[in-house]
Design a protein around this ligand. Structure first.
Ligand SMILES: [Zn+2]
Length: 435
């Protein structure tokens, strides 16, 4: 933002302040305040409203809310819409303390649902609503977050509790989905899954120790993580139906979350046998859209061998790669030798980065770590190019997504020869028929 822009925004704030506040607060103070919000990436109008609200202690609307705007259905929401009107019910709501440039602030986030779907939301101010309430929201806006639409309730939003009958009954019904359809922000899902493993841990929630259960679930379409905030006596190998869970995600990996509001039924164990559980086989564009997944299988041609591939020394304390025998945290240490490959693979629909550990690197190069350690840099580059570049490879592992993209941490790697490749192509055309 230019100095002139900043000046004109500060003018707007001053104009909106009452006369005695104008006397009290210096221009400099407002400038510093506004710059803080800008650094944090808060939209300018929202930042201005928040500052006015802070100094006046009340909401000052500079615009008027047009309540006659037509309602948008959740399934029709697109990124970057403004003045959105939504009718929905609160599926989940949680407060979250955040620090905006040294100042504590309480925001609320949750999931909202209507008869067409669900959407995650964030509110920048306190909401006097609770789970199950049906609300009409005016003047919200949308953003894109990790490939999905998110609803934002800024300082100009108007939230009103309304009659439950305004939403059709279907809006409250859980939706039946398969594991590979679970996406962050989905609420009220109904799944039938096999529990592959479960463990419990104690967590401190506002000073109270609570047991939380988590693990891996799967069906014939793939696997996902789960967290249960209630003790449903789930055991390894159980086949269960969970109605009323919702989905959060960690690094793009969907996590089915449920609590005492969900109903859990145990089914016959042969409904989904161990052999029915499949890895998520998917084309790369699908993985990129999902931003991550647990236990995926992908294939593609190696189109780049990234710098940092080959022999490295790691810090024995924190596992970071050493530069000139030094760790950025622990300084000079006696490193432990390691090997890795950083590859970019492309299947024609998209490209994803992959990391192969020492064992996989040794296996696919058919060389030991000592062979590679002894090689000169040029020789190694030649070797990597000859053995890897443009070759078709099949990888399995977990795909993690963050702001920089999605990468696969491989736990299986194998070159695909021509015959197997034909087979794989047949399989992927079959899969496309199913999508
Ligand atoms: Zn270290």
């Amino acid at each position: 933002m230019t100095k002139d822009d900043l000046k004109s925004h500060v003018d707007d704030i001053i104009n909106a302040l009452s006369d005695d506040k104008k006397e009290e607060i210096s221009r400099k103070e407002l400038e510093i305040e506004l710059e803080k919000f800008m650094e944090y990436g808060v939209p300018i109008e929202q930042a201005k409203q928040t500052i006015i609200k802070k100094f006046e202690g009340a909401v000052v609307f500079t615009g008027s809310i047009n309540k006659s705007v037509e309602r948008t259905l959740i399934s029709d929401l697109k990124p970057n819409q403004s003045s959105v009107k939504i009718l929905g019910h609160i599926i989940a709501i949680n407060p979250k303390d955040i620090t905006v440039k040294g100042e504590n602030r309480k925001i609320f986030y949750g999931i909202l649902g209507d008869e067409t779907g669900t959407v995650p939301f964030t509110s920048w101010s306190e909401l006097e609503v609770e789970k199950g309430d049906v609300i009409e929201i005016n003047n919200a806006y949308t953003r894109e977050w990790q490939g999905a639409v998110q609803l934002t309730l800024g300082d100009r939003v108007l939230v009103e509790k309304t009659d439950k009958d305004r939403l059709p009954k279907s809006a409250f019904e859980p939706r039946q989905v398969k594991v590979n359809q679970l996406r962050s922000g989905m609420g009220r899902v109904d799944v039938i899954v096999r529990v592959l493993n479960v463990s419990s841990r104690d967590t401190d929630i506002n000073g109270e120790i609570k047991k939380v259960f988590s693990g891996i679930i799967g069906d014939e379409t793939g696997q996902a993580q789960f967290t249960s905030w209630d003790d449903f006596k789930i055991k390894d190998g159980d086949v269960i139906r969970i109605k009323g869970g919702y989905v959060k995600s960690w690094k793009g990996i969907p996590q089915l979350t449920f609590d005492s509001n969900a109903t859990l039924t145990k089914l016959e164990k042969d409904k989904i046998s161990k052999g029915d559980i499949n890895t998520n086989k998917m084309p790369l564009h699908q993985l990129l859209e999902k931003h991550g997944a647990l236990d995926v299988e992908v294939q593609g041609n190696i189109i780049d061998i990234r710098p940092g591939s080959g022999f490295v020394m790691r810090c024995p304390e924190c596992n970071r790669v050493l530069m000139d025998e030094k760790c950025t945290i622990h300084d000079k240490v006696t490193g432990k030798p390691d090997l890795r490959l950083k590859l970019l693979i492309d299947d024609g629909t998209g490209a994803v980065g992959c990391i192969l550990n020492k064992e996989l690197t040794e296996k696919i190069l058919n060389l030991t770590i000592n062979d590679i350690k002894k090689m000169k840099k040029e020789k190694l580059e030649e070797e990597l190019n000859n053995k890897l570049f443009t070759k078709k490879i099949c990888l399995k592992g977990n795909a993690l997504g963050d702001d920089f993209g999605t990468s696969i941490i491989a736990n299986y790697a194998e070159f695909i020869d021509i015959n197997v490749q034909k087979e794989a192509e047949k399989l992927s055309s079959e899969m496309e028929g199913l999508l």
